[in-house]
Write a protein that binds this ligand. Structure first.
Ligand SMILES: C[S@@+](CC[C@H](N)C(=O)[O-])C[C@H]1O[C@@H](n2cnc3c(N)ncnc32)[C@H](O)[C@@H]1O
Length: 261
């Protein structure tokens, strides 16, 4: 009973804490919109063929479809795809979003090679068996000149957030672990930094054209400092300005790479 009430209290704290933070990074969404606009300009057409690899429940896919593009979400999870379907129906975008159940490495058998103008791969390389194979499959799905939007978790931010939370053993684990995991219970199999993410993209055949940091402060700010709408607006302003500062890139929880095939 004691344990259950403690657990509930911690959960409630967590929910309250999350409520004070921006749910989606406006910096990331701004970066995605820029990448889409550049791809549209290349194409000379407003409507793009977009693939969201490991798109999960489709939060990003629906926003992208809302801009007038056609999006195919490829994900191995039937539960995620069922949630995506509900989301697209609610948004009235069923004619613009298609879901395909499958693994990154099966892409060439699921979609026509060279058929996508833009491929989104957000939060996926951290969990797949073989990140190079996944990115190579992404590369082959894009048309020549097509664009990749790659979002990966960055490990230095993981060390910092754990130190600030007093989780020193986990911080030490990130520093000594090859995959930069905080323990064997870490849901991610690996984290990246600017050099390793860029090298991986290049190994798969991409040319990286920009690297932006997202969530530079959102995971570090104490809950009490992000509770009111005013606080949240300030935090978003901080995030936007920080994203433009090269020196702060290392602090970002996630790196957003723009790359071309
Ligand atoms: C952390 S979620 C990210 C979801 C979404 N892209 C986002 O940014 O919110 C990781 C997603 O990758 C999917 N995934 C896991 N293994 C995969 C694989 N081998 N190929 C493609 N997607 C995979 C999961 O089902 C999950 O939806």
């Amino acid at each position: 009973m004691g344990t259950r009430s403690t657990t509930r209290t911690r959960l409630e704290e967590r929910v309250a804490k999350d409520r004070g933070r921006p749910r989606t990074s406006t910096v990331l969404w701004g970066g995605v919109q820029r990448l889409l606009a550049e791809a549209s300009a290349d194409r000379g057409s407003g409507e793009l063929a977009v693939v969201d690899l490991g798109g999960g429940t489709g939060g990003l896919a629906v926003r992208v479809a809302g801009l007038g593009h056609r999006v195919v979400v490829v994900d191995p999870s039937p539960d995620a795809l069922a949630a995506l379907e509900r989301r697209t129906v609610e948004a009235g975008l069923s004619d613009r979003v298609r879901s395909v159940q499958g693994d990154a490495t099966e892409l060439s058998g699921l979609l026509d090679p060279g058929s996508a103008d833009v491929l989104l791969c957000h939060g996926v390389l951290e969990v797949v068996d073989d990140p190079v194979a996944a990115l190579r499959a992404a590369h082959d799905t894009l048309r020549p000149g097509g664009r990749l939007s790659l979002l990966v978790a960055q490990w230095p931010a993981s060390v910092l957030s754990r130190v600030l939370a007093g989780q020193l053993a986990q911080a030490l684990h990130v520093l000594s672990d090859e995959g930069r995991r905080w323990s064997s219970h870490d849901p991610l199999r690996r984290r990246f930094d600017r050099a390793s993410a860029t090298a991986l993209a290049e190994q798969a055949g991409f040319t990286v054209t920009a690297v932006e940091g997202t969530r530079t402060f959102s995971d570090l700010v104490p809950s009490a400092s992000a509770e009111s709408d005013d606080d949240r607006a300030l935090l978003q302003q901080l995030e936007s300005l920080a994203a433009a500062e090269e020196e702060l890139l290392v602090l970002a929880a996630q790196l957003h790479l723009h790359a071309t095939r």
